[in-house]
Design a protein around this ligand. Sequence first.
Ligand code: LLP
Length: 419
Amino acid sequence: MHNTVSTHNQSLFLEGVALDDIANQYGTPCYVYSKSALTQHFMAYKNALGERDHLICYAVKSNSNIAVLQTLARLGAGFDIVSEGELERVLLAGGDPSKVVFSGVAKTADEMRRALAVGIHCFNVESEAELELLNMTAGEENRIAPVSLRVNPDVDAKTHPYISTGLKENKFGVDINAAPQLYERAATMENINVVGVDCHIGSQLTDIKPFIDAMDRLLILVKQLETLGIKLQHIDIGGGLGVLYQNEDVPSVADYMAELLPQLEGRHETLIMEPGRSLTANAGLLLMQVQFIKNNGEKNFAIVDAGMNDMLRPALYQAWMDIQPIKTNTDAVEAIYDVVGPVCETGDFLAKDRSLAITAGDRLCQFSAGAYSFAMSSNYNSRPRVAEIMVDGEQTHLIRARETIADLVRGEKLLPEEN
Ligand code: LLP
């Protein structure tokens, strides 16, 4: 769990700040991140990679707040992006475009143009059609596009089906067996410079073996390409390790590298990784308040002010994420609750069957909420998106203001008057 969370006088702290003080100052619901945890998680990769030539490209999609990106950019991170929006965020945060890799199955010509103009590290190309569009677009812009092909190594990441991406049946990547042919084509294209290979087999992997198997297959391809006269400059293994949400047995980054790096012994290519969740998930939490306690005869409900629009993971993936009161309530009796939100959907729950000693007005926090949480939030039910706060030691910084009603309807227009 979060190693920057601690308890003092029966009250939870993130780094040096009481969560209750954060809720008093900024209101609930809000997301709260620990700068120290983010830094530690990034440094775990950096230290484990040591002297190995590498580039850690943080997967922006897991948490794209510009202060989060800035924190990582200052530590030397590169970035894995999937849209022009993410690219602009990286630039706003002071990220170095030459350390950006651009993933995604549906890049548009406009997105390609912008990425070419700022000089990204490479495009992770996912299909022949995309390669052709990129060659043409780069030609129009008088530029050479650095390219890595995302191949599909057909390994089972054994994770939730919605976040498993390395199997043949997924929409992602190019079949690894068809890849040499496409590399040969790419090598003849005037405005394409072949620089690497990449894959991404899935997210929330708690087993190292699928990564090792994927790397084995990538290396077979790399050697095959060498015999065709195609030399690569980097190998990108995709997303990072899974994290501890409940009771998963998660290997450390050091354990992972101890298995991965020997595979690359004697190889000159730069190792690129695209970790998201393992940097951000356990650096963030969602603070909320219990509005009402309700009992329908069969079940107890803790109705909170945060809903599935703020935190979609439980509804979408049946994700289990810990929820705890931020202060001990000695007057409350422990009972089993479903923690549910205000959204008009049965799927609007943050947690089910949790033992909690709470009464209305108490504040709770959901742990492991730094990744794919705010980033997946929406305005469903016309709920303004919540505030985000970064804790740094004893200090707190508002890094995204809570949306207002004006923000909610920004850009909307009434029809002209009828007569
Ligand atoms: N690279 C690519 C090309 C990806 O598609 C992803 C995640 C990553 C890197 C980062 O993977 P990570 O290190 O975070 O495992 N919303 C889901 C997760 C979706 C992951 C999508 N791709 C969730 O909340 O569990």
